[in-house]
Design a protein around this ligand. Structure first.
Ligand code: PLP
Length: 597
Protein backbone atom coordinates (compact mmCIF):
# COMPACT_ATOMS: atom_id res chain seq x y z
CA UNK A 1 0.00 0.00 0.00
CA UNK A 2 1.43 3.35 -0.96
CA UNK A 3 0.60 6.69 0.45
CA UNK A 4 3.03 9.46 -0.21
CA UNK A 5 2.73 12.85 1.42
CA UNK A 6 3.24 15.60 -1.06
CA UNK A 7 6.12 17.68 0.21
CA UNK A 8 6.28 21.39 0.62
CA UNK A 9 8.71 21.61 -2.26
CA UNK A 10 6.12 19.83 -4.39
CA UNK A 11 3.70 22.50 -3.37
CA UNK A 12 6.10 25.24 -4.21
CA UNK A 13 6.59 23.95 -7.72
CA UNK A 14 2.93 24.66 -8.25
CA UNK A 15 2.81 27.97 -6.53
CA UNK A 16 2.66 29.96 -9.68
CA UNK A 17 0.78 27.48 -11.79
CA UNK A 18 -2.44 28.70 -13.35
CA UNK A 19 -5.75 27.12 -12.36
CA UNK A 20 -6.44 23.78 -13.95
CA UNK A 21 -8.73 24.47 -16.84
CA UNK A 22 -9.67 21.19 -18.43
CA UNK A 23 -8.94 17.52 -18.75
CA UNK A 24 -6.33 17.97 -21.51
CA UNK A 25 -4.40 20.44 -19.49
CA UNK A 26 -4.67 18.12 -16.54
CA UNK A 27 -3.27 15.29 -18.59
CA UNK A 28 -0.35 17.42 -19.69
CA UNK A 29 0.39 18.23 -16.11
CA UNK A 30 -0.08 14.64 -15.20
CA UNK A 31 2.68 13.74 -17.63
CA UNK A 32 4.98 16.22 -16.06
CA UNK A 33 4.46 15.39 -12.43
CA UNK A 34 3.98 11.90 -11.27
CA UNK A 35 4.41 9.65 -8.35
CA UNK A 36 5.24 6.04 -8.97
CA UNK A 37 3.86 3.10 -7.16
CA UNK A 38 6.83 1.10 -5.91
CA UNK A 39 7.28 -1.86 -8.20
CA UNK A 40 5.72 -5.07 -7.00
CA UNK A 41 3.48 -3.17 -4.60
CA UNK A 42 -0.02 -4.45 -4.81
CA UNK A 43 -2.51 -2.35 -2.92
CA UNK A 44 -4.96 -4.36 -0.94
CA UNK A 45 -8.62 -3.74 -0.59
CA UNK A 46 -9.72 -2.28 2.69
CA UNK A 47 -13.19 -1.15 1.73
CA UNK A 48 -15.61 -0.20 2.96
CA UNK A 49 -14.10 3.02 4.01
CA UNK A 50 -14.61 4.39 7.44
CA UNK A 51 -17.10 6.79 6.02
CA UNK A 52 -19.70 6.06 3.47
CA UNK A 53 -19.29 9.53 2.11
CA UNK A 54 -15.71 8.94 1.04
CA UNK A 55 -16.77 5.80 -0.71
CA UNK A 56 -19.62 7.51 -2.38
CA UNK A 57 -17.45 10.41 -3.43
CA UNK A 58 -15.31 7.86 -5.22
CA UNK A 59 -18.32 6.57 -7.06
CA UNK A 60 -19.13 10.08 -7.98
CA UNK A 61 -15.77 10.62 -9.63
CA UNK A 62 -15.95 7.70 -11.97
CA UNK A 63 -18.94 8.51 -14.15
CA UNK A 64 -18.59 12.25 -14.20
CA UNK A 65 -14.94 12.92 -14.79
CA UNK A 66 -14.46 11.58 -18.28
CA UNK A 67 -11.72 9.34 -16.89
CA UNK A 68 -12.50 5.86 -15.76
CA UNK A 69 -10.87 6.10 -12.40
CA UNK A 70 -10.71 3.91 -9.39
CA UNK A 71 -9.50 5.31 -6.14
CA UNK A 72 -6.35 3.74 -4.90
CA UNK A 73 -6.24 5.09 -1.42
CA UNK A 74 -7.72 7.67 0.83
CA UNK A 75 -6.07 9.02 3.88
CA UNK A 76 -6.92 11.44 6.58
CA UNK A 77 -4.53 12.75 9.17
CA UNK A 78 -4.74 11.05 12.49
CA UNK A 79 -2.86 12.67 15.33
CA UNK A 80 0.62 12.99 13.90
CA UNK A 81 0.45 10.84 10.80
CA UNK A 82 -1.73 10.03 7.84
CA UNK A 83 -4.36 7.47 8.46
CA UNK A 84 -5.53 5.24 5.70
CA UNK A 85 -9.22 5.26 5.01
CA UNK A 86 -9.79 3.17 1.95
CA UNK A 87 -7.86 1.45 -0.75
CA UNK A 88 -9.66 -0.52 -3.45
CA UNK A 89 -7.54 -3.13 -5.22
CA UNK A 90 -6.82 -3.34 -8.91
CA UNK A 91 -8.55 -6.63 -9.29
CA UNK A 92 -11.72 -5.79 -7.50
CA UNK A 93 -12.46 -2.67 -9.42
CA UNK A 94 -11.13 -3.03 -12.97
CA UNK A 95 -11.92 -0.17 -15.25
CA UNK A 96 -12.56 0.20 -18.92
CA UNK A 97 -9.29 1.78 -19.91
CA UNK A 98 -6.55 -0.42 -18.55
CA UNK A 99 -5.27 0.42 -15.12
CA UNK A 100 -6.41 3.91 -14.37
CA UNK A 101 -6.12 3.97 -10.63
CA UNK A 102 -6.89 7.00 -8.67
CA UNK A 103 -4.45 8.12 -6.08
CA UNK A 104 -5.38 10.37 -3.29
CA UNK A 105 -3.81 11.99 -0.29
CA UNK A 106 -5.45 14.18 2.22
CA UNK A 107 -3.16 16.34 4.19
CA UNK A 108 -3.79 18.00 7.46
CA UNK A 109 -4.96 21.50 6.83
CA UNK A 110 -2.73 22.76 9.62
CA UNK A 111 0.38 22.14 7.61
CA UNK A 112 -0.86 23.07 4.22
CA UNK A 113 -0.95 26.41 2.58
CA UNK A 114 -3.54 25.60 0.01
CA UNK A 115 -5.54 23.03 -1.82
CA UNK A 116 -5.95 22.46 -5.49
CA UNK A 117 -8.79 24.28 -7.00
CA UNK A 118 -11.74 22.20 -7.93
CA UNK A 119 -10.09 20.99 -11.11
CA UNK A 120 -12.04 20.23 -14.16
CA UNK A 121 -14.31 17.57 -12.83
CA UNK A 122 -17.31 17.70 -10.73
CA UNK A 123 -16.35 14.57 -8.96
CA UNK A 124 -13.14 16.06 -7.76
CA UNK A 125 -14.90 18.99 -6.24
CA UNK A 126 -17.26 16.59 -4.55
CA UNK A 127 -14.29 14.76 -3.20
CA UNK A 128 -12.68 17.88 -1.91
CA UNK A 129 -15.93 18.78 -0.25
CA UNK A 130 -15.97 15.36 1.27
CA UNK A 131 -12.45 15.73 2.54
CA UNK A 132 -13.45 18.93 4.21
CA UNK A 133 -16.03 17.06 6.22
CA UNK A 134 -13.09 15.47 8.02
CA UNK A 135 -11.58 18.85 8.71
CA UNK A 136 -8.83 18.10 6.23
CA UNK A 137 -7.80 19.40 2.88
CA UNK A 138 -6.94 17.23 -0.09
CA UNK A 139 -3.29 17.54 -0.89
CA UNK A 140 -2.89 15.86 -4.19
CA UNK A 141 -4.80 13.94 -6.77
CA UNK A 142 -3.20 11.37 -8.99
CA UNK A 143 -4.21 9.43 -12.03
CA UNK A 144 -2.07 6.65 -13.40
CA UNK A 145 -1.49 6.61 -17.09
CA UNK A 146 0.18 3.78 -18.96
CA UNK A 147 0.90 1.98 -15.76
CA UNK A 148 2.40 4.98 -14.01
CA UNK A 149 0.77 6.95 -11.35
CA UNK A 150 0.67 10.60 -12.28
CA UNK A 151 -0.29 13.59 -10.32
CA UNK A 152 -3.47 15.03 -11.60
CA UNK A 153 -3.81 18.14 -9.54
CA UNK A 154 -1.65 19.76 -6.97
CA UNK A 155 -2.20 22.37 -4.34
CA UNK A 156 -1.93 25.87 -5.53
CA UNK A 157 -0.63 28.16 -2.87
CA UNK A 158 -2.72 31.18 -2.21
CA UNK A 159 -5.97 29.80 -3.44
CA UNK A 160 -7.14 28.87 0.02
CA UNK A 161 -5.82 29.80 3.40
CA UNK A 162 -4.72 27.71 6.34
CA UNK A 163 -7.10 26.21 8.80
CA UNK A 164 -5.58 26.86 12.15
CA UNK A 165 -8.22 25.81 14.58
CA UNK A 166 -11.71 24.63 15.08
CA UNK A 167 -13.37 27.59 16.62
CA UNK A 168 -13.63 29.85 13.60
CA UNK A 169 -16.54 29.97 11.26
CA UNK A 170 -14.92 31.66 8.32
CA UNK A 171 -11.55 30.19 7.72
CA UNK A 172 -11.09 28.45 4.48
CA UNK A 173 -13.57 26.32 2.66
CA UNK A 174 -12.85 23.43 0.40
CA UNK A 175 -14.39 24.48 -2.88
CA UNK A 176 -17.53 25.81 -4.33
CA UNK A 177 -19.04 24.42 -7.44
CA UNK A 178 -15.83 24.01 -9.36
CA UNK A 179 -13.09 25.95 -10.92
CA UNK A 180 -14.99 29.15 -11.32
CA UNK A 181 -16.00 29.22 -7.71
CA UNK A 182 -12.45 28.50 -6.64
CA UNK A 183 -11.05 31.21 -8.84
CA UNK A 184 -13.68 33.64 -7.66
CA UNK A 185 -12.87 32.97 -4.06
CA UNK A 186 -9.23 33.68 -4.82
CA UNK A 187 -10.06 37.21 -5.72
CA UNK A 188 -12.93 37.90 -3.34
CA UNK A 189 -12.72 39.82 -0.11
CA UNK A 190 -14.92 37.65 2.10
CA UNK A 191 -13.46 34.92 4.26
CA UNK A 192 -14.67 31.46 3.28
CA UNK A 193 -17.16 29.56 5.36
CA UNK A 194 -16.08 26.76 7.71
CA UNK A 195 -18.99 24.36 7.65
CA UNK A 196 -17.31 21.93 10.04
CA UNK A 197 -17.08 24.54 12.75
CA UNK A 198 -20.77 25.29 12.31
CA UNK A 199 -21.71 21.62 12.42
CA UNK A 200 -20.08 21.21 15.80
CA UNK A 201 -22.63 23.67 17.17
CA UNK A 202 -25.54 21.32 16.35
CA UNK A 203 -25.45 18.23 18.57
CA UNK A 204 -28.25 16.46 16.70
CA UNK A 205 -26.07 16.26 13.58
CA UNK A 206 -24.11 13.52 15.35
CA UNK A 207 -27.18 11.28 15.42
CA UNK A 208 -27.17 7.98 13.59
CA UNK A 209 -30.24 6.90 11.65
CA UNK A 210 -30.43 3.27 10.57
CA UNK A 211 -26.75 2.99 11.39
CA UNK A 212 -25.85 5.90 9.11
CA UNK A 213 -24.87 9.42 10.02
CA UNK A 214 -27.94 11.62 9.96
CA UNK A 215 -28.13 13.80 6.86
CA UNK A 216 -30.70 16.46 7.67
CA UNK A 217 -32.11 17.76 4.39
CA UNK A 218 -35.55 18.68 5.71
CA UNK A 219 -34.68 22.23 6.66
CA UNK A 220 -37.64 23.82 4.90
CA UNK A 221 -39.89 21.89 7.28
CA UNK A 222 -37.84 22.78 10.33
CA UNK A 223 -34.23 23.49 11.20
CA UNK A 224 -32.06 21.90 13.86
CA UNK A 225 -31.08 23.82 16.97
CA UNK A 226 -27.59 24.88 17.98
CA UNK A 227 -26.33 24.14 21.48
CA UNK A 228 -26.48 27.82 22.31
CA UNK A 229 -30.27 27.83 21.84
CA UNK A 230 -30.70 24.61 23.80
CA UNK A 231 -28.59 26.10 26.60
CA UNK A 232 -30.52 29.35 26.57
CA UNK A 233 -33.81 27.52 27.10
CA UNK A 234 -32.29 25.55 29.92
CA UNK A 235 -30.86 28.68 31.49
CA UNK A 236 -34.23 30.39 31.30
CA UNK A 237 -36.01 27.59 33.12
CA UNK A 238 -33.20 27.23 35.65
CA UNK A 239 -32.70 30.88 36.53
CA UNK A 240 -35.33 33.21 35.07
CA UNK A 241 -38.68 31.48 34.76
CA UNK A 242 -41.66 33.58 35.75
CA UNK A 243 -44.67 35.10 34.10
CA UNK A 244 -43.82 38.49 32.65
CA UNK A 245 -44.91 42.09 33.08
CA UNK A 246 -47.09 41.45 36.11
CA UNK A 247 -45.09 41.11 39.31
CA UNK A 248 -42.65 43.01 41.44
CA UNK A 249 -40.39 40.07 42.22
CA UNK A 250 -36.93 39.36 40.92
CA UNK A 251 -37.73 36.49 38.60
CA UNK A 252 -40.55 38.43 36.94
CA UNK A 253 -38.02 41.16 36.24
CA UNK A 254 -35.53 38.65 34.84
CA UNK A 255 -38.02 36.93 32.56
CA UNK A 256 -39.53 40.23 31.42
CA UNK A 257 -36.06 41.52 30.60
CA UNK A 258 -35.20 38.34 28.72
CA UNK A 259 -38.47 38.43 26.76
CA UNK A 260 -38.24 42.10 25.87
CA UNK A 261 -34.57 41.73 25.01
CA UNK A 262 -35.55 39.00 22.55
CA UNK A 263 -38.01 41.43 20.97
CA UNK A 264 -35.18 43.93 20.52
CA UNK A 265 -33.01 41.25 18.90
CA UNK A 266 -35.80 40.39 16.45
CA UNK A 267 -36.28 44.07 15.61
CA UNK A 268 -32.57 44.47 14.86
CA UNK A 269 -32.47 41.25 12.85
CA UNK A 270 -35.17 42.35 10.43
CA UNK A 271 -34.22 46.03 10.69
CA UNK A 272 -37.51 47.16 12.17
CA UNK A 273 -37.46 50.72 13.40
CA UNK A 274 -38.55 49.75 16.90
CA UNK A 275 -39.22 46.69 19.04
CA UNK A 276 -42.83 47.92 19.33
CA UNK A 277 -43.31 46.80 15.73
CA UNK A 278 -42.60 43.19 16.72
CA UNK A 279 -45.44 40.97 17.97
CA UNK A 280 -44.71 37.52 19.38
CA UNK A 281 -47.05 34.87 18.00
CA UNK A 282 -46.96 31.09 17.64
CA UNK A 283 -45.56 31.10 14.12
CA UNK A 284 -46.15 32.29 10.56
CA UNK A 285 -49.56 30.63 10.43
CA UNK A 286 -50.80 32.44 13.50
CA UNK A 287 -49.34 35.74 12.31
CA UNK A 288 -51.19 35.51 8.99
CA UNK A 289 -54.43 34.54 10.71
CA UNK A 290 -54.01 37.45 13.09
CA UNK A 291 -53.79 39.91 10.19
CA UNK A 292 -56.71 38.27 8.37
CA UNK A 293 -58.93 38.35 11.44
CA UNK A 294 -57.94 41.73 12.81
CA UNK A 295 -57.08 43.97 9.85
CA UNK A 296 -58.93 41.86 7.28
CA UNK A 297 -62.30 41.81 9.03
CA UNK A 298 -62.13 45.55 9.62
CA UNK A 299 -60.95 46.55 6.16
CA UNK A 300 -62.10 44.04 3.53
CA UNK A 301 -65.65 44.19 2.21
CA UNK A 302 -67.85 42.81 -0.58
CA UNK A 303 -66.25 42.99 -4.03
CA UNK A 304 -62.80 43.82 -2.62
CA UNK A 305 -59.90 41.81 -3.95
CA UNK A 306 -57.03 40.03 -2.25
CA UNK A 307 -54.08 38.87 -4.32
CA UNK A 308 -51.90 35.90 -3.46
CA UNK A 309 -49.38 34.12 -5.67
CA UNK A 310 -49.52 30.60 -7.04
CA UNK A 311 -46.49 29.77 -4.91
CA UNK A 312 -48.15 30.14 -1.55
CA UNK A 313 -48.07 27.77 1.37
CA UNK A 314 -51.58 26.82 2.51
CA UNK A 315 -51.00 29.11 5.52
CA UNK A 316 -51.04 32.06 3.15
CA UNK A 317 -54.08 30.88 1.16
CA UNK A 318 -56.65 29.47 3.57
CA UNK A 319 -56.97 32.47 5.96
CA UNK A 320 -57.62 34.76 2.95
CA UNK A 321 -60.09 32.32 1.46
CA UNK A 322 -61.94 32.25 4.77
CA UNK A 323 -61.95 36.03 4.92
CA UNK A 324 -63.17 36.32 1.32
CA UNK A 325 -65.98 33.83 2.02
CA UNK A 326 -67.04 35.76 5.09
CA UNK A 327 -66.88 39.19 3.46
CA UNK A 328 -67.86 38.44 -0.13
CA UNK A 329 -64.41 39.45 -1.35
CA UNK A 330 -62.52 37.85 -4.24
CA UNK A 331 -59.23 35.98 -4.14
CA UNK A 332 -56.96 36.56 -7.14
CA UNK A 333 -53.87 34.53 -7.92
CA UNK A 334 -50.64 35.62 -9.64
CA UNK A 335 -49.54 32.88 -12.04
CA UNK A 336 -45.97 31.63 -12.35
CA UNK A 337 -43.89 30.65 -15.37
CA UNK A 338 -42.44 27.24 -16.17
CA UNK A 339 -39.48 27.83 -13.87
CA UNK A 340 -41.74 28.64 -10.93
CA UNK A 341 -41.15 32.40 -10.95
CA UNK A 342 -43.94 34.92 -10.52
CA UNK A 343 -45.13 36.53 -13.76
CA UNK A 344 -44.90 40.22 -13.00
CA UNK A 345 -46.72 41.18 -16.19
CA UNK A 346 -49.73 39.10 -15.08
CA UNK A 347 -49.50 40.53 -11.58
CA UNK A 348 -49.69 44.06 -12.97
CA UNK A 349 -52.93 43.12 -14.74
CA UNK A 350 -54.50 41.91 -11.48
CA UNK A 351 -53.89 45.14 -9.59
CA UNK A 352 -56.69 47.70 -9.48
CA UNK A 353 -58.44 50.02 -7.05
CA UNK A 354 -60.40 47.11 -5.56
CA UNK A 355 -57.16 45.42 -4.49
CA UNK A 356 -57.02 45.70 -0.72
CA UNK A 357 -54.16 43.34 0.00
CA UNK A 358 -51.31 41.50 -1.67
CA UNK A 359 -50.08 38.57 0.43
CA UNK A 360 -47.17 36.57 -0.94
CA UNK A 361 -44.12 34.60 -0.02
CA UNK A 362 -40.56 35.85 -0.29
CA UNK A 363 -39.31 32.30 -0.88
CA UNK A 364 -41.42 29.36 -2.02
CA UNK A 365 -41.28 26.41 0.35
CA UNK A 366 -42.06 23.91 -2.41
CA UNK A 367 -39.77 25.22 -5.16
CA UNK A 368 -37.27 27.55 -3.51
CA UNK A 369 -38.12 30.46 -5.82
CA UNK A 370 -37.09 33.86 -4.47
CA UNK A 371 -39.84 36.22 -5.58
CA UNK A 372 -39.17 39.83 -6.68
CA UNK A 373 -40.56 41.11 -3.40
CA UNK A 374 -39.47 44.69 -3.64
CA UNK A 375 -41.14 45.18 -7.00
CA UNK A 376 -44.34 43.38 -5.99
CA UNK A 377 -44.64 45.53 -2.87
CA UNK A 378 -44.03 48.76 -4.73
CA UNK A 379 -46.65 47.95 -7.36
CA UNK A 380 -49.21 47.04 -4.67
CA UNK A 381 -48.65 50.31 -2.85
CA UNK A 382 -49.22 52.24 -6.06
CA UNK A 383 -52.87 51.10 -6.05
CA UNK A 384 -53.17 51.69 -2.32
CA UNK A 385 -53.11 48.02 -1.29
CA UNK A 386 -51.44 46.74 1.84
CA UNK A 387 -48.80 44.01 1.61
CA UNK A 388 -48.13 41.01 3.81
CA UNK A 389 -44.81 39.30 3.10
CA UNK A 390 -44.46 35.69 4.22
CA UNK A 391 -40.86 35.25 5.36
CA UNK A 392 -41.16 31.70 6.71
CA UNK A 393 -38.72 30.40 4.11
CA UNK A 394 -36.63 33.49 3.49
CA UNK A 395 -35.66 34.46 7.01
CA UNK A 396 -32.90 31.87 7.43
CA UNK A 397 -31.45 32.20 3.94
CA UNK A 398 -31.39 35.81 2.80
CA UNK A 399 -31.08 39.21 4.40
CA UNK A 400 -34.41 40.69 5.38
CA UNK A 401 -34.78 44.43 5.84
CA UNK A 402 -38.42 45.30 6.46
CA UNK A 403 -37.80 49.02 6.09
CA UNK A 404 -36.10 48.62 2.73
CA UNK A 405 -38.77 46.17 1.57
CA UNK A 406 -41.46 48.57 2.79
CA UNK A 407 -43.91 45.73 3.45
CA UNK A 408 -46.79 46.46 5.82
CA UNK A 409 -46.45 43.13 7.60
CA UNK A 410 -43.71 40.54 7.65
CA UNK A 411 -44.15 37.13 9.27
CA UNK A 412 -41.80 34.28 10.15
CA UNK A 413 -41.52 31.24 12.41
CA UNK A 414 -38.72 30.74 14.92
CA UNK A 415 -38.29 27.06 14.17
CA UNK A 416 -37.30 27.76 10.56
CA UNK A 417 -34.29 29.76 11.72
CA UNK A 418 -32.67 27.47 14.29
CA UNK A 419 -34.99 28.63 17.07
CA UNK A 420 -37.69 26.77 19.01
CA UNK A 421 -41.08 25.70 17.71
CA UNK A 422 -44.19 27.49 18.94
CA UNK A 423 -42.76 30.98 18.57
CA UNK A 424 -42.94 33.32 15.62
CA UNK A 425 -43.08 36.93 14.64
CA UNK A 426 -45.55 39.36 13.18
CA UNK A 427 -43.83 42.58 12.20
CA UNK A 428 -46.11 45.48 11.33
CA UNK A 429 -45.54 49.10 10.41
CA UNK A 430 -46.42 51.14 13.52
CA UNK A 431 -49.28 53.05 11.91
CA UNK A 432 -50.71 49.80 10.53
CA UNK A 433 -50.54 47.99 13.88
CA UNK A 434 -51.99 50.98 15.69
CA UNK A 435 -55.01 51.00 13.40
CA UNK A 436 -55.69 47.28 13.85
CA UNK A 437 -58.27 46.11 16.40
CA UNK A 438 -57.22 43.40 18.85
CA UNK A 439 -57.64 39.83 17.70
CA UNK A 440 -57.92 37.91 20.96
CA UNK A 441 -58.94 39.37 24.27
CA UNK A 442 -57.59 38.57 27.72
CA UNK A 443 -54.79 39.43 30.12
CA UNK A 444 -51.68 41.33 29.11
CA UNK A 445 -53.34 43.15 26.21
CA UNK A 446 -55.43 45.55 28.31
CA UNK A 447 -54.76 48.83 30.03
CA UNK A 448 -58.05 48.98 31.95
CA UNK A 449 -61.14 46.79 32.23
CA UNK A 450 -64.59 47.57 33.59
CA UNK A 451 -67.81 45.72 32.82
CA UNK A 452 -68.77 48.59 30.59
CA UNK A 453 -65.58 49.02 28.65
CA UNK A 454 -62.00 47.83 28.05
CA UNK A 455 -59.09 50.07 27.16
CA UNK A 456 -56.48 48.21 25.18
CA UNK A 457 -52.71 48.42 25.32
CA UNK A 458 -50.91 49.84 22.31
CA UNK A 459 -49.07 47.41 20.02
CA UNK A 460 -47.39 45.03 20.45
CA UNK A 461 -49.04 44.08 23.79
CA UNK A 462 -52.50 44.59 22.27
CA UNK A 463 -51.89 41.49 20.14
CA UNK A 464 -50.36 39.34 22.86
CA UNK A 465 -53.36 38.27 24.92
CA UNK A 466 -52.67 35.78 27.70
CA UNK A 467 -49.38 34.21 28.71
CA UNK A 468 -47.16 33.93 25.68
CA UNK A 469 -44.40 31.50 24.89
CA UNK A 470 -41.85 33.32 26.99
CA UNK A 471 -39.02 30.81 27.07
CA UNK A 472 -39.17 30.13 23.37
CA UNK A 473 -39.18 33.83 22.56
CA UNK A 474 -35.96 34.03 24.54
CA UNK A 475 -34.67 30.98 22.67
CA UNK A 476 -35.51 32.66 19.36
CA UNK A 477 -33.48 35.66 20.42
CA UNK A 478 -30.49 33.36 21.03
CA UNK A 479 -30.98 31.74 17.61
CA UNK A 480 -31.03 35.08 15.82
CA UNK A 481 -27.92 36.24 17.63
CA UNK A 482 -26.22 33.02 16.59
CA UNK A 483 -27.18 33.55 12.95
CA UNK A 484 -26.05 37.14 13.16
CA UNK A 485 -22.67 36.06 14.48
CA UNK A 486 -22.16 33.77 11.50
CA UNK A 487 -23.52 36.42 9.16
CA UNK A 488 -26.54 36.00 6.92
CA UNK A 489 -24.49 37.06 3.89
CA UNK A 490 -21.93 34.34 4.59
CA UNK A 491 -24.76 31.85 5.00
CA UNK A 492 -26.46 32.96 1.79
CA UNK A 493 -23.23 32.70 -0.18
CA UNK A 494 -22.38 29.23 1.08
CA UNK A 495 -25.91 27.90 0.64
CA UNK A 496 -26.06 29.35 -2.85
CA UNK A 497 -22.95 27.43 -3.90
CA UNK A 498 -24.24 24.27 -2.26
CA UNK A 499 -27.55 24.64 -4.07
CA UNK A 500 -25.81 25.13 -7.41
CA UNK A 501 -23.69 22.04 -6.77
CA UNK A 502 -26.69 19.92 -5.78
CA UNK A 503 -28.75 21.18 -8.70
CA UNK A 504 -26.05 20.22 -11.16
CA UNK A 505 -25.54 16.76 -9.71
CA UNK A 506 -29.23 15.96 -9.41
CA UNK A 507 -30.00 17.21 -12.89
CA UNK A 508 -27.51 14.70 -14.31
CA UNK A 509 -29.57 11.79 -13.06
CA UNK A 510 -31.54 10.35 -15.98
CA UNK A 511 -35.28 10.41 -15.38
CA UNK A 512 -35.01 12.96 -12.58
CA UNK A 513 -37.14 16.07 -13.09
CA UNK A 514 -36.37 19.12 -10.98
CA UNK A 515 -39.46 21.15 -10.17
CA UNK A 516 -38.65 24.81 -9.65
CA UNK A 517 -35.80 26.07 -11.74
CA UNK A 518 -36.10 29.83 -11.32
CA UNK A 519 -32.91 31.84 -11.67
CA UNK A 520 -33.41 33.30 -8.22
CA UNK A 521 -33.66 30.37 -5.86
CA UNK A 522 -32.59 29.32 -2.45
CA UNK A 523 -32.12 26.06 -0.61
CA UNK A 524 -34.90 23.86 -2.03
CA UNK A 525 -34.51 21.02 -4.56
CA UNK A 526 -37.90 19.56 -5.40
CA UNK A 527 -37.86 16.61 -7.74
CA UNK A 528 -39.67 13.57 -9.05
CA UNK A 529 -38.06 10.43 -10.41
CA UNK A 530 -39.55 8.53 -13.28
CA UNK A 531 -41.19 5.26 -12.27
CA UNK A 532 -40.87 5.78 -8.52
CA UNK A 533 -43.31 7.22 -6.02
CA UNK A 534 -42.11 10.14 -3.93
CA UNK A 535 -43.13 8.31 -0.76
CA UNK A 536 -40.97 5.31 -1.71
CA UNK A 537 -38.00 7.54 -2.43
CA UNK A 538 -38.40 9.28 0.92
CA UNK A 539 -38.54 5.94 2.72
CA UNK A 540 -35.54 4.59 0.86
CA UNK A 541 -33.49 7.72 1.57
CA UNK A 542 -34.35 7.38 5.25
CA UNK A 543 -32.85 3.89 5.23
CA UNK A 544 -29.54 5.53 4.37
CA UNK A 545 -29.88 8.21 7.05
CA UNK A 546 -31.13 10.96 4.75
CA UNK A 547 -34.12 13.00 5.93
CA UNK A 548 -36.08 14.73 3.18
CA UNK A 549 -39.73 15.67 2.86
CA UNK A 550 -41.86 13.86 0.32
CA UNK A 551 -45.43 14.96 -0.23
CA UNK A 552 -47.29 18.13 -1.15
CA UNK A 553 -45.41 20.40 1.27
CA UNK A 554 -48.65 22.20 2.20
CA UNK A 555 -48.51 23.88 -1.19
CA UNK A 556 -50.83 21.82 -3.35
CA UNK A 557 -51.73 24.54 -5.88
CA UNK A 558 -48.14 25.09 -6.99
CA UNK A 559 -47.41 21.37 -7.36
CA UNK A 560 -50.61 20.94 -9.36
CA UNK A 561 -49.47 23.82 -11.55
CA UNK A 562 -46.68 21.43 -12.58
CA UNK A 563 -49.04 18.48 -12.92
CA UNK A 564 -47.96 16.84 -9.68
CA UNK A 565 -49.47 15.83 -6.37
CA UNK A 566 -46.15 15.44 -4.59
CA UNK A 567 -42.39 15.79 -4.91
CA UNK A 568 -39.30 14.73 -3.01
CA UNK A 569 -37.89 17.85 -1.41
CA UNK A 570 -34.37 17.98 -0.03
CA UNK A 571 -33.86 21.42 1.49
CA UNK A 572 -30.57 22.90 2.60
CA UNK A 573 -29.20 24.78 5.56
CA UNK A 574 -25.74 26.18 6.19
CA UNK A 575 -24.70 23.09 8.16
CA UNK A 576 -25.13 20.84 5.13
CA UNK A 577 -22.00 19.78 3.27
CA UNK A 578 -20.90 18.87 -0.21
CA UNK A 579 -20.34 15.34 1.07
CA UNK A 580 -23.98 15.11 2.12
CA UNK A 581 -25.05 16.21 -1.34
CA UNK A 582 -22.78 13.57 -2.86
CA UNK A 583 -24.32 10.96 -0.61
CA UNK A 584 -27.85 12.08 -1.48
CA UNK A 585 -27.08 11.83 -5.19
CA UNK A 586 -25.45 8.44 -4.80
CA UNK A 587 -28.38 7.07 -2.84
CA UNK A 588 -30.90 8.45 -5.32
CA UNK A 589 -28.97 6.70 -8.09
CA UNK A 590 -28.99 3.48 -6.07
CA UNK A 591 -32.72 3.78 -5.48
CA UNK A 592 -33.18 4.27 -9.18
CA UNK A 593 -31.23 1.09 -9.95
CA UNK A 594 -33.28 -0.81 -7.39
CA UNK A 595 -30.28 -1.31 -5.10
CA UNK A 596 -32.22 0.28 -2.24
CA UNK A 597 -35.96 0.11 -1.86
N1 PLP B 1 -45.34 29.98 4.91
C1 PLP B 1 -44.40 29.24 4.34
C2 PLP B 1 -43.79 29.70 3.05
C3 PLP B 1 -43.98 28.07 4.94
O1 PLP B 1 -43.04 27.33 4.36
C4 PLP B 1 -44.57 27.67 6.16
C5 PLP B 1 -44.18 26.40 6.79
O2 PLP B 1 -43.60 25.55 6.20
C6 PLP B 1 -45.55 28.48 6.71
C7 PLP B 1 -45.92 29.63 6.07
C8 PLP B 1 -46.21 28.11 8.01
O3 PLP B 1 -45.26 28.12 9.03
P1 PLP B 1 -45.63 27.55 10.47
O4 PLP B 1 -46.14 26.16 10.26
O5 PLP B 1 -44.34 27.60 11.22
O6 PLP B 1 -46.66 28.46 11.05
Amino acid sequence: MTTRMTTRSDLERFTNAPPLPDIEQLSRWANEFFTELPSGESPHFVQPAVSHSVTEAITDISPSSGHAKVPLSFSVPHESGLHELAAPSRTEEPTASGTPYYFQHYANAEGLDAVPQASATHGLSGLIGDASSYGVRPESFGLPDNGELKTLAMPKTGLFGISSGSSFYFLEEAVGTGRDAAVQSLGSAHPPFDVQAVRRDFPILNEKVNGRPLVWLDNAATTQKPQIVIDRLSQFYRHENSNIHRAAHELAARSTDAYENARQIVARFINANSADEVVFVRGSTEAINLVAQSWGRANVGPGDEIIVSWLEHHANIVPWQQLCAEKGAVLRVIPVDETGQILLSEYRKLLNDKTKLVAFTQVSNALGTITPAQEIIELAHRVGAKVLLDGAQSISHIKVDVQALDCDWFVFSGHKIYGPTGIGILYGKPEVLEAMPPWQGGGNMIEDVTFEKTVYQPAPARFEAGTGNIADAVGLGAALEYVQKIGIDNIARYEHELLAYATELLSRIPGLRLIGTAREKTSVLSFVLKGLSTADIGTALNKEGIAVRSGHHCAQPILRRFGLESTVRPSLAFYNTYAEIDWLVTVVRKIQCGKIS
